[in-house]
Write a protein that binds this ligand. Structure first.
Ligand SMILES: [Zn+2]
Length: 419
């Protein structure tokens, strides 16, 4: 699969996950009876089954009969689902939710949901039993999918690595031969200073080389580079243009860090938190700016469900823009009298309305219509046509306008289509 394909796959998956999480967050158990299990992909399924079996027998000690039964039922249900897997979970692991949730009127309802291959790897095994499901780790995985290059350095040591989403991956380190500030006896002060500067320069070149090797091949996916270190090292390094010119512009900030080993990479990311959040919103802002420019002065904008859908089908949409806050279904009315098909977008919580064909006025009953998730519907077409999908938050004005004024769906076209 192409890299772009993978990205779309993951956008879609993220959307699916977000939907499931929203439902899961609404659930509550009357007791400590909702079970959540996070399984990394290197954990053997047989280990997980053993753990669940153990919890099941320990649950026999729960005093409340109802809670005891509910917890054991949840664990049995999870064990049943684990049978579908061979030795190991699929890539990136599994997250399992099961439990008796309040269904109103003193009734409970058994809910079991298994999410496979989250967008980022499950880091560690977690067993959680509470009155609600544990969704935060999954939410963190969905919150951010950026790819950033990391460099920390002082004159003695350097580390380079990646920030993928929330995960830091150290890749390479180097240590320098730069002599300390004290010269040995017999050496002229001038010569010593010159050798020392040369050694520093060599070290900066070596660090830049590590960064270039890592970041230049990925420069098109890269969302930015962060550089950390004490002053003036990081400033000298950046001002000296050591990095390859193709990635020098990707540096989104330099930050003070006190460590330059692997823990320095974490310190760098912590200190850059604000800049990272800005960079994320910045990308969304740029997409929306382009859309509004085309809307007002160009011909490459489309919006609204049907118009966007028509353009998608023609393959003319470059970027599909979907509001992150959108929770809509589309109802598809195929007219039995003429060949017309109407689409009506409705709030997911509402029931399917009756409809009159927009061409011939024939009444179409709700029962005869197909209903599906509106976002899934468009993303599926987008995937087939090689269109990139971007989810846009409502955290900024133009993002809010996408949701309020354009029905949550818009697109930037590859070329003007006159539709
Ligand atoms: Zn009709």
């Amino acid at each position: 699969m192409s890299q772009e394909g993978e990205q779309e796959q993951s956008d879609r998956k993220k959307y699916e996950f977000r939907k499931v999480i929203e439902d899961l967050k609404d659930y509550e158990g009357s007791g400590t009876q909702l079970v959540t299990i996070y399984v990394p992909d290197d954990r053997q399924i047989s280990d997980v089954v053993a753990h669940v079996t153990q919890e099941h027998s320990e649950a026999a000690n729960i005093k409340s009969k109802q809670t005891r039964t509910n917890v054991q039922d949840a664990l049995t249900s999870i064990k049943d689902r684990l049978r579908y897997y061979d030795t190991y979970p699929p890539e990136n692991g599994l997250v399992m939710f099961s439990g008796a949730v309040d269904a109103g009127g003193g009734q409970t309802e058994m809910v079991t949901n298994v999410l496979e291959s989250p967008p980022q790897p499950v880091e560690s095994f977690r067993y959680h039993c509470d009155s609600d499901f544990l969704t935060e780790p999954l939410e963190h995985m969905l919150a951010d999918n950026g790819l950033y290059g990391l460099i920390v350095l002082d004159r003695r040591e350097a580390n380079v690595g990646w920030l993928r989403g929330k995960r830091i991956e150290p890749v390479k380190s180097a240590s320098s031969l730069v002599p300390g500030k004290q010269r040995k006896g017999g050496q002229s002060a001038q010569r010593f200073a010159r050798l020392r500067l040369e050694a520093i320069d060599n070290f900066y070149q070596e660090v830049a080389g590590m960064g270039n090797d890592l970041f230049v091949p990925k420069r098109h996916e890269l969302d930015g580079i962060l550089v950390g270190g004490p002053s003036p090292t990081k400033d000298e390094f950046l001002d000296g243009d050591y990095l390859h010119h193709e990635i020098q512009d990707n540096v989104i900030g330099k930050f003070d860090v006190s460590y330059t080993d692997e823990s320095g990479l974490k310190e760098l990311v912590d200190n850059a938190e604000e800049a990272l959040a800005d960079a994320e919103v910045m990308k969304e802002k740029q997409e929306m700016e382009e859309f509004f420019e085309e809307l007002h002065a160009g011909e490459r904008a489309t919006y609204g469900f049907e118009q966007t859908r028509d353009n998608l089908i023609m393959g003319s949409v470059e970027t599909l823009l979907i509001s992150e806050d959108l929770r809509s279904d589309v109802v598809v009315f195929d007219c039995p009298e003429c060949s017309n098909t109407d689409y009506e977008v409705i709030d997911r919580r509402n029931s399917t309305p009756d409809h009159e064909c927009s061409e011939c006025g024939t009444a179409i009953e709700a029962d005869d219509a197909d209903r599906e998730d509106a976002i899934d519907h468009l993303i599926e077409i987008a995937e087939q046509r090689g269109t990139e999908t971007k989810f846009i938050s409502t955290d900024f004005e133009k993002g809010e306008q996408l949701y309020n004024a354009f029905g949550g769906f818009a697109g930037i076209l590859r070329y003007s289509t006159g539709v």
